[in-house]
Write a protein that binds this ligand. Structure first.
Ligand SMILES: Nc1nc2c(c(=O)[nH]1)N[C@H]1C(S)=C(S)[C@@H](COP(=O)(O)O)O[C@H]1N2
Ligand SMILES: [Mo]
Length: 317
C-alpha cells in the first residue's frame, strides 16, 4: 500500500521546528555543539583520502556568493534514507561505505560493476565551487570535488538508444532508519533520479565524491552523488549504487510521491512558485541571509539552450 506522503518540509510544523536554527548563525553554534558529527573520523580511514584536495577548476572558482562554512553544509542535510530531519549526519556516518559497488547497465555496450575505488582510478578529480538551491528555498555554496557526468558517460559507453540516465540510491534498511517500512506508509525506495542524455553531456553536471577538499561526508551522499547546480536540490541524488541508460523517461522518487509538485525537470526559476510557496528568494545556510533566486540558479548561460525546444514541458517544477 502506498500512501501519498508529504515531505518533511511540507508539513506545517517543520516551519517552526528547531531546524530553522541551522539557517541562523547565532543559534546554530549552540546546536552544533550538541551534535557529534562522526564523519571527519571516518574520512581519515577513507581509502580515497589521498586524492584530496583535488585541483580547483579555474572556470568554477567563483559562484558569485561566499562559500558556505563546512560545519553548516555537512550537518544540515536532506537525506530521507536516514529520516526526514535535517540532522542525520551522525546516523549517516554509521553506514559503511566500503566496499561500495556501482552498477552501470541498461542501454550500454556492456554492463559493468565497478568498485568505487576502481571507478575513481578511471577519472580525474577536480574541484568546482557551485551553488546549491533546495526546493524548500534554502541555499548554499560548496566546493565540490568530483568528475563530470560526461566522463561517466564515456566510461559507460551507452548505445544510440540511450535517451536518459537514471541514477539509483542504495537500499540498506539495516543502516538507514528511513528505509524501514513504517506501519501504515512506505516510501518508494530506492531514491531515483534521472536526466536526459543532453543534460548528462553538458559540462556542468558533476559526479561528486568530495567536498571542502576531503572525501565527501556520508551526510552529503558519500561515496558518490550527483550535483546539478541549475536544478532544485532533490535532483542531486546521493548514495548512488546504480547508473542505468534508458529509452523511456524514468519516474523519480519525488515524482512518484507528488507528481503535481515535483517534476522531472525541476529547473530553478524565481517566477514559477511551488504550488504552496514562493520561489522568488532563498535563505543562505549559515549566514541566514535572504537573497533573490536567479533563473537556472545563475547558470542560464551554460544550460538555457537545453530547453529551447521543450515548450510543452513543465520545465520549472
Ligand atoms: N538519496 C537521496 N538523495 C538526495 C536526497 C535524499 O533524501 N536522498 N535529498 C535531496 C535534496 S531535497 C537535497 S536539497 C539535497 C541535499 O544535499 P545535502 O544534504 O548535501 O545538502 O540532496 C538531494 N539528494
Ligand atoms: Mo532539497
Amino acid at each position: 500500500m502506498l500512501i501519498k506522503h508529504r515531505a518533511g518540509w511540507e508539513m506545517p510544523e517543520s516551519r517552526v521546528t528547531p531546524e530553522h536554527v541551522f539557517l541562523n548563525r547565532r543559534t546554530f553554534l549552540g546546536a552544533a555543539a550538541a551534535l557529534a558529527v562522526a564523519s571527519p573520523a571516518r574520512a581519515e580511514e577513507d581509502p580515497s583520502a589521498g586524492l584530496y584536495p583535488a585541483k580547483p577548476n579555474p572556470a568554477f572558482a567563483d559562484a558569485g556568493r561566499p562559500v558556505t562554512e563546512a560545519q553548516y553544509a555537512t550537518t544540515y542535510n536532506n537525506y530521507y534514507e536516514f529520516g526526514s530531519s535535517k540532522r542525520i549526519a551522525e546516523a549517516a556516518a554509521r553506514m559503511p561505505i566500503r566496499p561500495w559497488e556501482v552498477v552501470i547497465d541498461g542501454e550500454v555496450e556492456a554492463p559493468q560493476r565497478l568498485g568505487i575505488d576502481d571507478l575513481l582510478k578511471q577519472v580525474m578529480l577536480e574541484e568546482r565551487i557551485y551553488r546549491h538551491r533546495c526546493v524548500e528555498a534554502w541555499a548554499m555554496v560548496v566546493p565540490w570535488t568530483g568528475f563530470t557526468v560526461k566522463r561517466l558517460v564515456e566510461i559507460a559507453r551507452p548505445t544510440a538508444d540511450a535517451k536518459y540516465v537514471r541514477f539509483e540510491g542504495f537500499n540498506k534498511p539495516e543502516f538507514a532508519p528511513g528505509q524501514k517500512d513504517g506501519l501504515f506508509t512506505s516510501y518508494p525506495w530506492p531514491y531515483v533520479e534521472a536526466i536526459t542524455m543532453a543534460e548528462a553531456l553538458n559540462d556542468l553536471p558533476l559526479m561528486v565524491t568530495g567536498a571542502y577538499g576531503k572525501p565527501l561526508p556520508n551526510s552529503m551522499g558519500a561515496p558518490l552523488r550527483l550535483h546539478l547546480p541549475w536544478k532544485y536540490g532533490f535532483k542531486s541524488i546521493k548514495g548512488i549504487v546504480r547508473v542505468s541508460f534508458t529509452k523511456e523517461r524514468p519516474v523519480s522518487f519525488w515524482e512518484t510521491l507528488g507528481p503535481s509538485e515535483y517534476g522531472f525537470w525541476a529547473n530553478v526559476n524565481p517566477e514559477v512558485p511551488h504550488p504552496r510557496w514562493s520561489q522568488d528568494s532563498e535563505q543562505m545556510l549559515g549566514s541566514g541571509e535572504r537573497v533573490p533566486t536567479v533563473i537556472y540558479n545563475g547558470y542560464a548561460e551554460q544550460v538555457a539552450h537545453l530547453y529551447k525546444d521543450l515548450g510543452g514541458e513543465k520545465l520549472f517544477m
